[in-house]
Design a protein around this ligand. Structure first.
Ligand code: C5P
Length: 318
């Protein structure tokens, strides 16, 4: 079969702020979050085929559904629905073989699944010559996962609603050096939100607000202040469900991290280092302390989903 394919690189995210409001009637929570894309990334290739399929390789591949439940395949279906609505003709071979090369751990609070969905959208938009705008792609992405729209944009962005309403944040050009500590096993996002609700025990919950402190720190590009301003309402429930995370967070702070936080619904913890060499020291120390399954260094902000390779595309569709 002809080799018409597009490959997209897509970043993981961490949340520098994650403030969770009341539970909504639709089962989601309104939130205010500051998304930050980091240099840890997955690569997703879509190739024209007779039917849809997905193959997953790399970090945690056996935990990713390789059927219709796969978020990348859901994204492909959602995009196909848009083409039908708009009368856009997809080339004859309208199926896609999706290959996901994972480096972002699964169920880790790093939005790897949403990232793969975003990558599949960008890749199919290109494969099928759709030419959708970023706003249109964001709309499709939002229907697939709460964090998928952000993975299209990358950078440092404020998210509202259930995380899909995005506005760019006024930040400096600063580059931050992060260390990630991966945990054994994953945490289910709905379960962590459920634990938060349980701990709140029906008490009134304020509407979430953006942290002025964090935004000022990001505008100044000052890592010390950013480190002190990190916050996540899902951290306490995640630690309650996986108490070992407390040791991981404390170890990072003992080794001089400027800030430490559970990422999203966990269980990955991230630490802000002063600079590149401090990040290396911190990563080595955390690894040696035996407080996590593995460590990785990353920088941020990183770009959103980006096409890095295409083959035979000019001959598809038209
Ligand atoms: O949208 P996504 O599939 O990533 O969300 C997974 C689950 O996380 C939701 O079903 C919901 O239980 C929880 N969630 C939430 N509020 C949000 C985002 C996610 O309660 N803003």
């Amino acid at each position: 079969m002809a080799n018409y394919s597009v490959t997209v690189r897509v970043p993981a995210k961490i949340n520098l702020q994650l403030t969770v409001g009341p539970l909504r009637p639709d089962g989601y929570h309104d939130l205010v979050t500051v998304f930050h894309a980091i240099s840890l990334s997955d690569e997703v290739t879509v190739e024209a085929a007779d039917g849809d399929s997905v193959t997953v390789t790399g970090e945690g591949a056996d935990q990713v559904p390789a059927d219709r439940d796969n978020l990348a395949l859901k994204a492909v279906s959602a995009l196909r629905a848009v083409t039908a609505l708009r009368g856009i003709r997809i080339p004859d071979m309208a199926g896609v073989a999706v290959t996901i090369r994972k480096r972002i751990p699964v169920a880790a609070g790093l939005a790897g699944g949403s990232a793969d969905a975003a990558a599949a959208l960008v890749a199919c938009d290109e494969l099928w010559h759709m030419g959708l705008s970023q706003a249109e792609l964001c709309e499709v992405a939002a229907g697939v996962g709460s964090d998928a729209a952000f993975a299209l944009l990358g950078g440092t962005v404020v998210g509202q609603g259930r995380g899909e309403r995005l506005t760019s944040a006024l930040v400096s050009q600063a580059r931050y050096h992060w260390v990630l500590a991966f945990a054994d096993g994953g945490l289910s996002t709905p379960a962590v939100y459920g634990m938060l609700d349980k701990r709140r025990d029906g008490a009134p919950v304020a509407e979430p607000e953006l942290s002025n402190e964090l935004m000022a720190a990001l505008r100044a590009g000052n890592p010390e202040r950013v480190g002190k301003s990190l916050s996540n309402d899902l951290q306490a429930p995640a630690v309650a469900m996986l108490p070992a995370l407390r040791h991981t967070l404390d170890a990072g702070l003992d080794f001089g991290a400027l800030g430490a936080l559970v990422s999203g619904s966990g269980p990955t913890c991230f630490f802000l280092a002063r600079d590149a060499s401090h990040a290396t020291d911190l990563a080595v120390a955390l690894s040696a302390a035996g407080v996590c399954r593995g460590v990785a260094r990353a920088t941020g902000p990183a770009s959103g989903a980006t096409v890095i390779d295409r083959a035979g595309i000019d001959r598809v569709g038209g």
